[in-house]
Write a protein that binds this ligand. Sequence first.
Ligand code: ARG
Length: 436
Amino acid sequence: MNLSGANSSPFHLDPISPFAGVKGMEQLKKEARAFLDSMAADPVAGADIPDVTLRWKQIQSEIESTGTYKHNYKELEFGSRLAWRNSNRCIGRHFWRTLQVHDARKCDSLDEAVSHLKCHVNAAFNGGKISNVITIFPQAQSSEDVPWRMANHQLVRYAGFEQAHGKVLGDPDSIDLTKYCINQGWDTKETPWTPLPWVLVESGRAHTPVDPFHDGNLSPHDIPIAHPDFPATKNLGLRWYAVPILADMALKIGGVIYPFAPFNGHYLGTEIAARNLTDPDRYNVLKPWAESCGIATKLRRGLWQDEALVRLNQALLASFDAAGVTVGDHHQIGRAFEQWCQAEERQGREVPGDWSWLTPPMSGSLTPQYHRHFTNSVITHTNYFYQPPPRVNGMTFTSKAKETHRLLATDAFPEEDVPKRCPFSSLGRTLKSFWK
Ligand code: ARG
């Protein structure tokens, strides 16, 4: 299995794998050192490395004798948190210190893997008060030696069943993986909201799909969506699951790569209501939704689409609230993130970011992110990265949903290559005090 990304950007794993020869070893040492320094400098985690010189010596000799090194638990914990903090596209990263780290580095059987993942789903849901959780499976020993991967994009994700006349029941983004699972014997009721089974890949070998949701064994914790002021919207039967648990990104800490480390935060309403349910190549519900709200859909310049979008987003937030499940809205999260940027600035630290992801897909100009300049410089020693999908019996499955044009990230550069005259992330003075 090749860890390097064909699709190159600072958000993809570096094509020069840290495992390749002497150059790789030097690169690994450089990244290990950069991480160690960040940890030592941290006002909280710094105390967990009492003797930096000693730890650095150990790491270097471990790299020289084994080609890699192992993190102790405290490094693993701080590293995965720091990787979150370094995620330029995440608007929720001011919560970075709250990440709960589950150590699954000893996992070596399918049963164990499944039980770690079930535990993750339940710990993250936490009765509705969503917890931020990561479960870290073993590190890659070399670019060919990857202990665990998963073909799924997220731990909970709806299947997409292809039907006659090009129609799809469920999420069109899941069609290929759904077909594969059915071919492998997955026997399920076809509904628009059927969670996909898990396709785990152990050392390059795909296990038969496991359906943890079958027979109510594990709940996807999904929530019915309706607008309190438009009762007819209930009849559309819309729903969405409570927690997005990303399973296909690689975690890198100080140069060490963990190819399978599912993680989650909580949802932002717009991710579901302004994208998953609305995008023409996803659930595409805007028109029937508008009709069920009694909005006339004849004149585009009457802005029926925008009106319907606002109603759908109100419904999403109200439905999660009624179910007692944590969800953010773009105003509250946008403001909290901006306040964090300002607090960081006061400490002399710049918050880099990717404007195109931090600005929400609706009402952009109402949020501080729209008005801020972000330097998109990417810290590469410790971060979450896109990686090529695992091979599953010769096939690969990718979520196209995440591969929008924004992935090209033409304005992103690795931290080492920031052009000298590049402006700092900044917001005008008047606006700054508005969102203080
Ligand atoms: N946008 C993705 C989805 O709708 C989830 C990405 C991660 N989101 C998050 N709030 N942590 O499923």
